[in-house]
Design a protein around this ligand. Structure first.
Ligand code: 5AD
Length: 351
């Protein structure tokens, strides 16, 4: 399929003919199978702190949200969740948090070292816009992967939804470059349907996925949070504003697979939240090859409310996890064994 130009990407984003879209999704699914096979890799997600100093206008963890009870797991609690992830058969844990100043260089390094030594699991970090020194120390401590979504490539829109405190934060593309230079597998991604996001913006995001040669790409719908002000921000004109509906997420998933053949692409929690019954399966059917089961202890999990009504909040951890396995196998796909490294990176090294 020819997606070499921005205008081709744009026309698929605008496509509304459901028969054509079905064929398009089939093509993305076949391409996924050819490029990365039938394995679905499971990454255990540990949301270790919901403290955050940022004011991102979409996020329920924003510092202004005083209605949220804050928590920070201890290193021992994190290690115990990692042990659970290992027993559940996952090869990787993703340590995610708000932008928490108590996550110091040494604290995080120790957590990473303990997990590496005790469990041998691959460690992925998702802890925000940190300094090059922190990223280097954590790589040294054994973290191999890092996720930082750029959220949108439209600079004006990015700045509007990320009010800056003076002197804080780093340009995310600069962080992504640092991560690559430090030898991390690099993950990024965007939200779909941000008020003010146009089709052109989203087509540019997808073009950028290709350019950045990412190892992992996570995309999900923007979901309105009642304690976050983004819902009241102006939208683009009716014909330009991207919708945050399910169909749009599938279009972006399929396009992402087609322009980034070897990348690891999760069917995200955001997608599962807007279609609880089959969002994950449909995502896996339309380009995705990764799932991220939540391994955060339940008492903390309900407090990690970046958006409302997240899935897997009231099930027991085990039910959530085994359901995922069963559903993958029922689709005729297999569960990936081991850490499931980036094939993109392997290709980069070969060349
Ligand atoms: N809706 C959708 N995605 C959100 N995120 C944060 N808040 C929301 C929301 N309200 C996403 C951002 C962030 C990731 C961890 O979660 O893309 O990078």
């Amino acid at each position: 399929m020819d997606l070499s130009s921005r205008s081709k990407i744009l026309s698929w984003l605008r496509e509304e003919d459901s028969a054509k879209l079905e064929l398009f999704y089939d093509a993305a699914n076949r391409f996924r199978k050819k490029q990365v096979g039938d394995e679905v890799h499971l990454r255990g997600l540990i949301e270790f702190s919901n403290h955050c100093v940022c004011s991102c206008t979409y996020c329920g963890l924003r510092v202004e949200n005083r209605d949220l009870e804050r928590y920070r797991m201890t290193p021992e609690e994190i290690l115990s969740s990692a042990r659970n992830a290992k027993s559940a058969g996952y090869g990787t844990v993703v340590l995610q948090s708000g932008d928490d100043p108590r996550t110091t260089t040494d604290w995080m390094s120790n957590v990473i070292r303990n997990i590496r030594t005790e469990t041998g699991l691959a460690v992925t970090l998702s802890v925000g816009e940190r300094t090059r020194e922190d990223l280097a120390a954590w790589r040294e401590a054994g973290a191999e992967r890092y996720l930082l979504r750029f959220e949108t490539s439209n600079k004006a829109l990015f700045n509007r939804i990320h009010p800056r405190r003076p002197g804080q934060g780093r340009d995310r593309f600069e962080v992504l470059r640092d991560l690559r230079n430090l030898g991390y597998e690099v993950g990024s991604g965007v939200m779909i349907g941000i008020p003010g996001q146009t089709y052109e913006d989203l087509a540019q995001d997808i073009d950028l996925f290709r350019e950045l040669d990412l190892d992992m790409i996570g995309v999900g719908p923007w979901i309105s949070h009642p304690r976050a002000p983004l819902a009241n921000m102006p939208c683009a004109s009716k014909q330009d504003q991207v919708s945050n509906n399910e169909e749009m997420v599938y279009k972006v998933l399929a396009l992402t697979r087609l322009v980034c053949p070897l990348t690891n692409i999760p069917a995200t929690t955001g997608l599962a939240t807007i279609n609880r019954d089959s969002g994950r399966e449909l995502g896996l059917d339309r380009g995705a090859n990764v799932l991220m089961p939540n391994c955060t202890p339940l008492r903390f999990r309900r407090l990690y409310e970046i958006y409302p009504a997240k899935v897997c909040m009231d099930e027991t951890e085990d039910a959530c996890q085994s359901a995922m396995r069963d559903r993958v196998e029922a689709m005729g796909r297999t569960i990936g064994v081991g850490p499931g490294p980036s094939r993109n990176r392997e290709a980069r090294i070969r060349n």
